[in-house]
Design a protein around this ligand. Structure first.
Ligand code: ZN
Length: 152
């Protein structure tokens, strides 16, 4: 149950992270992990370009910044964009109970697969998130294709 803050409030944190990444010259995808009371556990953004590390996706960055936790069933992962297969695997591996997706128009990852495996999925279809990715994909198609693994 989300009591203290709303899904849109959580998405705002992820969106701020995405904007940080964009300002750093990176790919604008942000994420954050919350507990069921709405306490922020960790936040992060895609740092493939900044860190030269293709495994540093927004979700993994937020997850790592949250530190160790015994059980993830009551946690909420919020991300500006539908999680890729790699990050969807992270959600299943650690048993994260809820995923809030900013948008799934510009990219469809594994959120339907997660839903089929019992993860609570909400696609917020946030227009700011759609606009951010649409602009980025138009301006930096080579970087986007690298991030989603589309061959040249
Ligand atoms: Zn990912």
């Amino acid at each position: 149950m989300i009591t203290m803050i709303t899904a849109e409030d959580m998405l705002t944190i992820a969106y701020e992270e995405a904007q940080l990444g964009l300002a750093e010259g990176g790919i604008p995808i942000g994420a954050a992990l919350f507990d069921s009371d709405g306490n922020l556990l960790g936040r992060g953004h895609n740092r493939r370009v900044q860190a030269g590390d293709p495994s540093l996706h927004a979700e993994t960055d937020a997850f790592r910044n949250a530190g160790r936790r015994r059980d993830y069933r009551d946690t909420i992962m919020v991300t500006t964009l539908s999680p890729c297969w790699y990050c969807s695997g992270l959600v299943r591996q650690f048993g994260i109970g809820t995923v809030l997706v900013g948008e799934a128009r510009t990219f469809q990852g594994g959120h339907e697969w997660l839903a089929a495996h019992g993860v609570s999925i909400t696609v917020l279809d946030n227009q700011k998130c759609v606009a951010m990715m649409t602009k980025f994909i138009a301006e930096r198609p080579e970087l986007w294709n690298e991030d989603i693994g589309v061959p040249e």
